[in-house]
Ligand binder design. Structure first.
Ligand code: ZN
Length: 221
């Protein structure tokens, strides 16, 4: 790639430090452009941007061609990607001054991204405080918490509810006893918590007893 870029002095580098994947950007003057994301182990990814010629429609079937510099195009794409999430929005994309980003440029981008992520997490915390409903937490907020390495109760999607086979009431996954009709849904678990009446325990005939004592002998060693 370096031989390619050095052969085109007009090329600028659009740098991305976030692992976020974006759909391709579309422009009439270059079609679709895929903005690269860093691979595991990479600190950033570079998408080279070249100049392009655009056509302006002046009406009355008259058009005017004009040249867009690579920097203008790159700045436009960076602005579009960074600004789609409200005030202070930043998604880790910037245009490097040179072909390779400097350490100062990278650390500035990391600081801005972290700031924005912290803001997202704070707003998710507030929403959770108010509603305790994970439905109100956005994917962006979840990703922000993961990127910051924070564990939050709202990070987890609610598990799907199932139905009690006896009374058809919605039940949480993994429950031992239906809270509506008290049907035992998980006998083993119910027994563990002493929820199965003694008469309903599996009958201890001779085979069962010898099995159990054999196990106990094994465990006691
Ligand atoms: Zn039930």
């Amino acid at each position: 790639m370096s031989t390619l870029t050095s052969a085109h002095p007009e090329v600028v580098s659009l740098v991305n430090i976030s692992t976020e994947k974006w759909p391709p950007r579309h422009r009439t003057y270059f079609g679709a452009l895929e903005v690269r994301s860093p691979q595991p182990g990479e600190a950033f990814a570079i998408t080279p941007i070249r100049p392009a010629t655009s056509v302006m429609d002046l009406g009355d079937k008259r058009t005017m061609e004009f040249r867009l510099t690579a920097r203008e195009i790159a700045e436009d794409i960076a602005r579009e990607l960074n600004s789609d999430s409200g005030e202070g929005s930043f998604h880790g994309v910037f245009v490097a001054a040179g072909l390779e980003p400097t350490e100062a440029e990278l650390s500035d981008a990391r600081r801005r991204l972290e700031e924005f992520n912290r803001k997202l997490v704070a707003s998710a915390d507030l929403e959770w405080e108010r509603t305790k409903n994970p439905m109100f937490i956005t994917d962006l907020e979840r990703r922000a918490a993961r990127q910051l390495g924070l564990d939050k109760p709202w990070l987890y999607d609610p598990k799907p509810m199932s139905e009690c086979p006896v009374c058809a009431e919605a039940i949480k996954p993994g429950v031992a006893v239906c809270k509506s009709c008290h049907a035992i849904l998980d006998r083993e678990k119910a027994a563990q918590y002493g929820l199965v009446p003694a008469g309903e325990r599996p009958r201890r005939d001779n085979t069962a007893r010898s099995d159990a004592s054999a196990k106990q002998d094994g465990a006691g060693k």
